[in-house]
Design a protein around this ligand. Structure first.
Ligand code: ADP
Ligand code: AMP
Length: 210
């Protein structure tokens, strides 16, 4: 199964990805996570991407496409993949098709602007294992400490309110046209992402089939 998770920043893509990857035994590929890892390690790719990420802008298509193409060649993608944060422009989606990278289903997680701002600004992420928390909706047991691995839980640099607002605007202009794009291909399913995470998960499973 090859799935794309579509939705604005803070919609819950990463949160939902964990259960989907387990249930369908497919690998979760988040382009945002890959970029953040490269930024942390100071690689040439990370250095190129950082300025865009800090401003809440998209990294140029060419860089992202090359990265995804490379990642999907790895053996763990043979059973399928769950793309989170890619494609983010119609250009990226078309490039994927030209490269023979197929998609079976696109899950569009729908969440309104006010909720997105609350979720993204309150998001905290473990620096060590990447587990995601929320100061109100999913707090750690001990403040600042990851429940899973004991690592330090931090606020993402691009989760400040002004940057989140910019990222939502970028989503609406650059990424939202993909909804129509995949609608025309008959591949999209829409899920109300404003509900409890467990309810959203059930709806996604029902849409993808058991
Ligand atoms: P995305 O990957 O789409 O940017 P995340 O999965 O990281 O979004 O979720 C953003 C924030 O909102 C996180 O702090 C997460 O814990 C929280 N969150 C995700 N889904 C829900 C939900 N259904 N209800 C409440 N909070 C949620
Ligand atoms: P995310 O973790 O998905 O919210 O992504 C964080 C940031 O990484 C985005 O704001 C972009 O700057 C960059 N990014 C991630 N995926 C893509 C993509 N497919 N195209 C362009 N930029 C991306």
């Amino acid at each position: 199964m090859r799935v794309v998770l579509l939705g604005p920043p803070g919609a819950g893509k990463g949160t939902q990805a964990t259960g989907i990857e387990e249930k369908y035994n497919i690998v979760h590929i988040s382009t945002g996570d890959i970029f953040r890892k490269n930024v942390k390690e100071g690689t040439p790719l990370g250095k190129q991407a950082q300025a865009y990420m800090d401003k809440g802008e998209l990294v140029p298509d060419e860089l992202v496409i090359a990265l995804v193409q490379d990642r999907l060649k790895q053996d763990d993608c043979k059973n399928g993949y769950l793309l989170d944060g890619f494609p983010r422009t119609v250009f990226q989606a078309e490039a994927m098709e030209k490269l023979g990278i197929d998609v079976d289903k696109v899950v569009d997680i729908q969440v309104g602007r006010d909720t997105l701002i609350k979720r993204a600004t309150g998001r905290r992420v473990c620096k060590k294992c990447g587990e995601t928390y929320h100061i109100s909706f999913r707090p750690t047991k001990v403040e600042g400490v990851c429940d899973k691995c004991g690592g330090e839980v931090a606020h993402r640099a691009d989760d400040q309110e002004a940057t989140v607002a910019r990222r939502i605007d970028v989503y609406l202009t650059e990424t939202a046209p993909l909804v129509d794009y995949y609608e025309k291909k008959g591949k999209i399913v829409h899920v109300d992402g404003e509900q409890e995470a467990s309810t959203v998960q059930e709806k996604i499973f029902a849409a993808l089939g058991d």
